[in-house]
Design a protein around this ligand. Structure first.
Ligand SMILES: Cc1cc2nc3c(=O)[nH]c(=O)nc-3n(C[C@H](O)[C@H](O)[C@H](O)COP(=O)(O)OP(=O)(O)OC[C@H]3O[C@@H](n4cnc5c(N)ncnc54)[C@H](O)[C@@H]3O)c2cc1C
Length: 479
């Protein structure tokens, strides 16, 4: 039988501009099949989200449909990748097809993924004559490509972004950007093989995707956004019309002025390279800066995987958090008595989305006003967010708690009321998510009083000015 390859999909759930998949297709003239392994231990994680998982599964379904449209196939297996690969490869070695001559995947940088990939690589090397091919996809510039001349990594965003932009303009990186549209508007079939032709009549490896979707759908608490490459493309095209106003409007949560692409970047329905190739933002634009923040946090996580568990800044590892469960519950349920905080927390819980400015404000409130460990907030965000992503979430939380690299200085503490007056001037965002306050005037809505507060809405649960002083004392003692 002719040689063939397997592409292992992970967080690169698309065909368009998928580097490792493309190389595999080229090498095998389209004789490539796709596989996805689901590790059910993942379901038991404390920060597991049925909604985010639902979106992920729907993305896999879209990918499967796209692959089929182009003559290919995706097999979704209920097994750890190590076990799954071992079983499939042992089985294929007994079949007329023989073993694949290549297994490809795009690289991941999370600590768990790095450990998993190294185990899988070892396993694959135990089979002779299988070439293992990996490529860059999730980031434009990978952690090993961007280092100081002394070999150290960058800990401050501004110098990081300067070097990032310099590299970005280099020819080999620009080639990555133009490659991102490969197979867009493809007319002909790309794939020339299906799993069935490798397995013959055996039903040993059943596709579990529909079962996963059926089981998970029982636990969804919201209507999910559309999934997959086409949905991401639609979002991107819409955002393109607003790009020129991004810098001006991005901080106002009621304006819907940001791209909304994070949910698609999370699982690779679309790549940052594709987004930049489509939008061609100016080198000075805030949008490009945000994409670089995303890369920055990945670089930090890669070089300092310990940040997953502890403060980046050593001296802030042992802050004496008060960790009041009562305050934490009020924060989670949007019942703190601070309208903007409550609007944000209710948006998060009911929609799985949260505007970046409000993420910063509610995170600051939890850590500085409530004196609750940022890791509690980080976990709650992961439980709720559809775009929940370790690097950006951890980076964002450590930024707000002033424990991270290049974080908000500890003495700059957001005042939730003045932030509300500044970024939700007319209270439109608050009215949408805290409807019981909707009748208050534009002025009153940011800080209801004893006289105008509805009975169903709580008094402020903490005194901001007192808590601020307390937080300053705590952080200063460590500084
Ligand atoms: C406490 C906290 C937690 C966060 N948790 C996450 C998370 O789990 N997942 C996540 O993707 N982002 C997270 N962010 C970053 C940011 O809030 C979201 O990426 C952004 O709100 C997504 O909306 P958008 O796609 O419309 O962004 P846009 O404003 O359109 O930005 C474009 C893209 O740039 C990236 N980006 C934008 N801002 C940031 C940022 N501050 N840090 C890193 N990348 C950024 C995202 O990939 C985003 O999709 C967090 C921020 C904070 C302060």
């Amino acid at each position: 039988m002719e040689k063939y390859g397997i592409h292992w999909f992970r967080r690169d759930l698309r065909i368009v501009g998928n580097p490792a998949l493309y190389q595999n297709i080229q090498k095998h003239k389209g004789r490539v099949v796709g596989i996805f392994f689901f590790d059910s231990k993942f379901l038991a994680r404390k920060d597991f989200s049925h909604n985010r998982f639902g979106l992920f599964l729907n993305t896999l379904k879209e990918l499967k449909r796209d692959l089929r449209n182009y003559g290919g196939e995706l097999l979704v297996i209920d097994a750890l990748p190590q076990e799954g690969f071992k079983n499939i490869l042992n089985f294929l070695s007994q079949r007329p097809s023989g073993l694949p001559s290549m297994i490809s995947f795009n690289r991941d940088y999370e600590p768990f993924a790095l450990r998993r990939d190294s185990k899988v690589q070892k396993l694959i090397h135990t089979f002779t004559n299988i070439e293992l091919l990996t490529n860059r996809d999730h980031l434009i510039i990978e952690p090993h490509e961007l280092k100081k001349s002394n070999g150290d990594y960058y800990k401050i965003y501004t110098p990081f972004s300067k070097i990032w932009l310099k590299l970005f303009n280099e020819k080999h990186i620009q080639e990555r950007i133009s490659f991102s549209k490969k197979f867009l508007n493809q007319k002909d079939k790309i794939f020339r093989i299906k799993w069935q032709s490798l397995f013959g009549k055996s039903d040993k490896f059943q596709d579990e995707l529909d079962l996963f979707i059926k089981n998970n759908n029982k636990n969804l608490s919201m209507t999910l956004p559309e999934a997959g490459f086409e949905a991401a493309l639609k979002k991107l095209k819409k955002f393109k019309q607003n790009l020129s106003k991004y810098d001006q409007n991005r901080n106002y949560p009621f304006l819907n002025a940001t791209s909304g692409l994070s949910v698609y970047l999370k699982n690779g329905s679309i790549s940052t390279a594709f987004i930049l190739e489509t939008l061609k933002p100016s080198i000075k634009s805030q949008f490009l800066k945000e994409i670089i923040w995303r890369e920055f946090y990945y670089h930090i996580l890669y070089h300092q995987p310990r940040v997953e568990k502890e403060a980046f800044i050593e001296k802030y590892k042992n802050i004496k958090w008060e960790n009041s469960k009562k305050l934490f519950n009020a924060w989670k349920s949007g019942m703190t008595g601070f309208p903007l905080i409550d609007a944000g927390m209710r948006q998060l819980k009911t929609t799985g989305c949260l505007h970046n400015r409000v993420r910063m404000i509610v995170a600051s409130f939890l850590t500085k006003d409530m004196l609750i460990d940022w890791r509690w907030g980080e976990e709650w965000f992961m439980k709720c967010l559809l775009d929940g992503d370790l690097a950006a979430n951890n980076g964002g939380w450590q930024w707000a708690a002033s424990t991270g690299c290049d974080a908000q200085p500890y003495f700059r503490i957001f005042n939730p009321t003045t932030q509300s007056q500044r970024f939700d001037q007319k209270g439109d965002y608050i009215r949408k998510f805290v409807p019981e306050l909707a009748y208050l005037s534009d002025k009153e809505i940011h800080q209801p009083t004893e006289e105008n507060r509805p009975k169903t809405y709580p008094k402020p649960i903490v005194c901001h000015s007192e808590q601020r002083k307390k937080a300053l004392r705590i952080w200063k003692k460590k500084a």
